[in-house]
Design a protein around this ligand. Sequence first.
Ligand SMILES: Cc1cc2nc3c(=O)[nH]c(=O)nc-3n(C[C@H](O)[C@H](O)[C@H](O)COP(=O)(O)OP(=O)(O)OC[C@H]3O[C@@H](n4cnc5c(N)ncnc54)[C@H](O)[C@@H]3O)c2cc1C
Length: 498
Amino acid sequence: MSANAVVVGAGFGGLAAAIGLAARGVAVQVVEAGAGPGGKADVAVLEGVEVDTGPSVLTLPEVFDAVFRLAGSSLKDEIALVEPTAGSPSFRYHFADGARVDIFVAAEDTVASVGRSLGSEAAQDLARFLQDARTIWEAAAPHFVLGPPPAFWNLMSFEALIALLHIDPLRTMQSGIARRVRSPHLRRVLWRYATYNGSDPRRAPATLNCIAHVELALGGFGVRGGVHALVRALVSAAQRLGVEFQWDSPVTRIDVQSGRARGVEVRGKLLPADIVVANADAAHVSQDLLVKGQLPLRASQASLSGWTGVLRAQKLIGRAAHTVVFPEDYQAEFVDMFDRNRAPSDPAVYLCAQDLAHERPSWPDSQPVFVMANAPAGCAEVAELEVAALQRARAAGLLQPDDRLLWSRTPQELAARFPGSQGSLYGAASNGPWAAFARPANRASKVRGLYLASGSAHPGGGMPLCARSGLTAAECAMDDLRAGRTLAQPLARLEERR
Ligand SMILES: Cc1cc2nc3c(=O)[nH]c(=O)nc-3n(C[C@H](O)[C@H](O)[C@H](O)COP(=O)(O)OP(=O)(O)OC[C@H]3O[C@@H](n4cnc5c(N)ncnc54)[C@H](O)[C@@H]3O)c2cc1C
């Protein structure tokens, strides 16, 4: 079986799809609009030091291990995961009343730390909450995350119906948390996990409380040398399988004839292909690369965006790799962003010291600190958000007055860089019980030979989920090839005979 594929975009979904296809004998070209790979997981070189400008916490590394295994290696052969040294927290949460909570690599250490900071009742609640979060994860992951896109008829099996009973889909995250956790401080920490896929804890299904299990029990990791080291390793693995890359090559059209993708147009020339995988945002594919109606999308709310910046900051003794500073009224942030569609007036701020989180080389006297304050996708007014975020970090002692902002990006700049995304970080938000069913599937139903692999397709955003999206897209394409649903040549010959 000889077939060729074009992958549009070299983000995590595109890279995983390219490896998934090339490992099975398909000739793959990746065509990327940007100057290099990574998509949202990009880098910038600032005063001689390379910094990540995108994601900073890697979860579910086993998904990337599966990608590398297809290329004949493994995650540990390719990158080194970074965890804080024993006794150092991975995350530190600061609250407006001066309370602090430290999160550690081992869940039992986190429970003990919560006990020390917030009392034994909070520790007991967290331990029980994590048990429930694990139950949800184990029931939901095969059907909504690691498997093919969920469909109502697939959920009619006995096993799937039992799983549905465990995943708490009809309650909201916030009410699920309120039932189990009494500490207002701990509640805020747990609401924040909704923002890990850009959603609103007041609307997202309680199923998403499983994110707490993924983060606190399965672990959030750094990548030695920076998250972009993972991107580079994926590109090298793909190249070893013969995948070719073209940079600075925006695709302007996906060619579809007789209901089948035939290739893509780059700089006015057609690049023919039996298989087209779109790592670009699904809205861009639907609105700009295809003819109207070829990829109908269900209306959905975009996930959160944010103002992001990188500072050259004075080295602080005792700084945690990741820090979140909450405002007094964290609930108001969700009201601002999701009900009023505006940047929060009093934002929570996230900081990542990249030298600590990723053992990234830094300046001798200072460290690269990534800062993010969430804002709605498409938000145009973020000047005040930037000021408020930096002030909050300074007031918490995490930035000094002479720390310098070297790089920043607004939601609108993010939107311009990733067409169709509106600047959202994770594709569509999961703001309702049926969100998982509304997300585009990895196989385009109306265009044979076209597959979607990105945070805007199943199973959603975040590094491991995007890689899983790419693997699922490649698996769908291979199933279709084997079944003779895709390959251009036999069909072309049939058409000639007619
Ligand atoms: C600031 C920030 C912080 C984040 N933090 C985390 C985190 O801590 N942990 C986590 O897991 N996730 C995090 N995320 C989310 C994560 O980075 C994304 O979900 C993931 O990287 C998206 O991958 P993707 O496969 O959807 O591709 P994308 O990264 O969206 O890349 C798509 C690629 O397609 C290319 N493309 C688009 N259109 C065309 C075209 N017409 N022709 C050619 N190429 C095209 C683009 O140039 C781009 O390179 C964060 C994201 C951001 C921005």
